[in-house]
Design a binder for this molecule. Structure first.
Ligand code: GLN
Length: 242
């Protein structure tokens, strides 16, 4: 299982969001506290964020572990953003460890991450792959990319950010499922699903974090119930059952 995180709120640096907390995503790469599948997250990482300069996010990914990337360590204190999606990866057996397989995946204004593994659905996978072939990031050699393509197709046909994630989670679950914790952002909102793994929400007056596991010991971290959709926008947090 990978670990992922999304933030929406007052601009904060990538350093503050991803590296500084005692159990930050950077620490979760080598010492996750609640990971049930896999032990460490060495198969790459990625951070995506939005800038006022354009509507598409900036996306930085590497095939190496987060702690081994001095370039990310040097830029993280200098970049601030009010909407961020980040992930550290433990590749599911059968998928290569390479940059194109690391979340977040992106297309237009969307950022997406998947924590889990798609079930064994060989025929459905072929049909689904054909459906998403117009989304370049959806062609990466990893199950998460396919789920991203399905989400983009729903978003681009008019579904809201959270609704698109909920539909993909439900539809893939019906086909045979797997572990489907999805997470996404569009610059103005972030959303996530819980389907097979944990997700926590941390809300303050300045912003909201969604994360696979708490980044510190603040009692304000609250678990999102299993099989839920959590949606965050500037009005607050809404959790609904999937
Ligand atoms: N299945 C995805 C991958 O291989 C996600 C893995 C995970 O959550 N550990 O990257």
């Amino acid at each position: 299982m990978c670990r992922h995180l999304a933030y929406l709120g007052q601009p904060r640096t990538l350093q503050e969001l991803v590296l500084d907390p005692p159990y930050s995503l950077g620490v979760q790469a080598y010492a996750p506290r609640r990971q049930q599948h896999g032990t460490i997250n060495v198969d790459g990482f990625g951070v995506g964020w939005y800038t006022p300069r354009r509507s598409e996010p900036v996306r930085y990914r590497r095939a190496q572990p987060m702690w081994a990337d001095q370039s990310f360590a040097s830029l993280a204190p200098t970049v601030d953003a009010g909407c961020v999606v980040a992930a550290v990866r433990s590749a599911t057996p059968g998928y290569p460890s390479e940059e194109s397989g690391a979340a977040p995946f992106t297309h237009g204004r969307w950022l997406f991450s998947h924590n889990g593994a798609l079930g064994d659905l060989p025929l459905a996978r072929k049909a689904l792959r054909d459906e998403v072939s117009w989304v370049p990031d959806a062609l990466a050699p990893v199950d998460s990319a396919l789920l991203f393509g399905l989400a983009v197709a729903r978003w681009e046909s008019g579904c809201g950010l959270g609704d698109g994630l909920a539909r993909v989670t439900r539809e893939v679950a019906e086909l045979g499922g797997g572990r489907l914790n999805l997470l996404a952002g569009d610059g103005e909102r972030v959303a996530g699903t819980t389907y097979g793994d944990t997700l926590f929400v941390h809300e303050t007056a300045d912003g909201v974090l969604l994360a696979s596991e708490p980044c510190d010991d603040d009692p304000a971290w609250a678990p999102v119930p299993p099989r839920s959709l959590v949606e965050v926008d500037r009005h607050g947090v809404v959790v609904t059952s999937l």
